[in-house]
Design a protein. Structure first.
Ligand code: SF4
Length: 445
């Protein structure tokens, strides 16, 4: 019965996503949605269904404080509508004021898939970067890079590597004894990608969100753990016998660091060997000020003062032919660079949630929850919620037939791709200005 009232609750395997709340502690996005001004349609429609620690990012966004967004793309094939979801999320946060970062994960592609760096560059620029720009990524307020060209990220990866053991990596990623060391290193590089927006070169610690698919949660959890381990101090609020106090613990062998911190805090502190405590009854504003001072001392001592990275999780789109969307099955997916007419043809052949006969369809209605065409319309092609609801209701009550729906989706897809591909051409000029001698455009075929 849920689908009768919920036109957004149709993405595949929704029950499995709900399990992520209970089994892995991902928080439901619906709980914070009312606090978001003008949310993206992925948020409104539950396509972004969960988060970790997004409250911190939201608070910075709403108060117009510094925050960042980062996500990357592994250059292995054609850029497609699944990648567009992440791009849209990066761009939405950038328009909301985030410092926006995006990387082409060529170290990952090279070490995991064996793709030569030169090919990674061609795919990275020719497919991903041009589409990201065409969709609206603003180069004036954003930072694009290849992992292999970014020494800062590589250095951070080494630092992250001092906090992760082999057995921990094996437990998370299922690495067996024959996994190549470069593959493991590429995991550290991805951790470093997420930390980079908080580097002092980019203004220092700030709330940072990583928009990803639900399968990336183990990586996000590890990154949050490593970010915490890389801190010099940890801060904890405690209550014992009704008395509230804050305990700042020293986590690294930093001589005199606790004395230095105690001298800066506007409280009378009690000093112990590895921590200082002070009584505390104040509100959120004050705890933020304490965190700021702690971060300041940490950075002066060469530390990082990282905020724990936050994340949002989106559902995966089903493939046009049913099952998973996969670049290795070109009929299941629409590439942003393929001929628009070819894409429209695929949409017309896509799997729907229609009944076997028109008579059954009129009698029982269609099943948008099983329909790849509905999902395309909902995720990429129709912005207007009222119009989307109308399609849903007409389908469910048997007043709509699949052919008209497919024609609508094919026409909208054709239009979108034509515009997108024109924008990709315009993006080349912007990229030329941004290039700083990196010659990225020379990789565009
Ligand atoms: S009528 Fe439209 S939404 Fe309903 S099952 Fe057919 S194609 Fe899908």
């Amino acid at each position: 019965m849920r689908n009768l009232i919920d036109p957004w609750g149709v993405s595949c395997e929704i029950e499995n996503y709900e399990r992520l709340f209970t089994d892995f502690g991902i928080s439901p996005f619906a709980e914070i949605l009312p606090k978001i001004e003008d949310p993206h349609l992925y948020m409104r429609r539950g396509i972004i269904f969960g988060h970790r620690g997004y409250d911190v990012v939201l608070s910075a966004m709403n108060k117009k404080e510094d925050f960042a967004v980062i996500s990357g793309f592994m250059p292995s094939g054609k850029v497609h509508i699944g990648n567009k979801m992440v791009m849209d999320e990066i761009i939405w946060h950038q328009r909301k004021g985030a410092a926006a970062f995006s990387c082409i994960a060529d170290i990952e592609s090279h070490s995991v898939r064996g793709i030569p760096y030169d090919r990674c560059k061609r795919i990275g620029v020719g497919e991903y970067i041009l589409s990201l720009l065409a969709l609206g990524f603003d180069l004036d307020r954003g930072f694009l890079y290849f992992q292999s060209e970014n020494r800062r990220v590589q250095d951070l990866a080494i630092e992250a590597g001092t906090e992760v053991s082999l057995s921990e990596m094996s437990a998370i990623y299922g690495f067996s004894s024959d996994v190549k060391i470069a593959h493991m290193f590429s995991v550290l590089v991805q951790i470093a990608d997420i930390m980079q927006p908080q580097h002092t070169d980019f203004g220092g610690p700030k709330p940072t969100v990583v928009p990803v698919g639900a399968d990336q949660d183990p990586h996000i959890r590890l990154t949050r753990d490593v970010a915490a381990r890389m801190r010099i101090f940890s801060i904890e609020k405690r209550t014992i016998e009704g008395r509230h106090y804050i305990s700042v613990r020293l986590k690294k062998p930093e001589k005199d660091a606790l004395d230095e911190l105690a001298s800066r805090l506007p409280y009378e502190t009690r000093k112990y060997e590895r921590h200082i405590d002070f009584d505390f009854e104040a509100g959120d504003g004050d705890i933020k000020e304490i965190e700021r001072i702690v971060r300041e001392v940490e950075i002066e001592r060469g530390g990082y003062g990282f905020f724990l990275p936050s994340s949002t999780y989106h559902k995966f789109m089903r493939g046009l032919t049913g099952g998973k969307m996969s670049s290795s099955n070109p009929q299941s997916v629409i590439a942003l660079t393929e001929p628009p007419e070819e894409a429209a043809r695929k949409v017309k052949k896509a799997l729907t949630g229609g009944r076997v006969t028109a008579e059954e369809q009129r009698k029982y209605g269609g099943e948008p929850a099983k329909c790849a065409v509905y999902e395309l319309l909902m995720t990429h092609l129709i912005e207007d919620d009222a119009y989307m609801r109308e399609i849903y209701e007409e389908c469910k009550t048997g007043r709509k037939i699949c052919r008209s729906c497919k024609e609508l989706a094919a026409e909208l897809m054709l239009k979108f791709l034509k515009t997108h591909q024109e924008e990709r051409e315009n993006a080349k000029e912007r990229l030329r200005e941004y290039d700083f001698g990196r010659k990225w455009l020379s990789y565009v075929v």
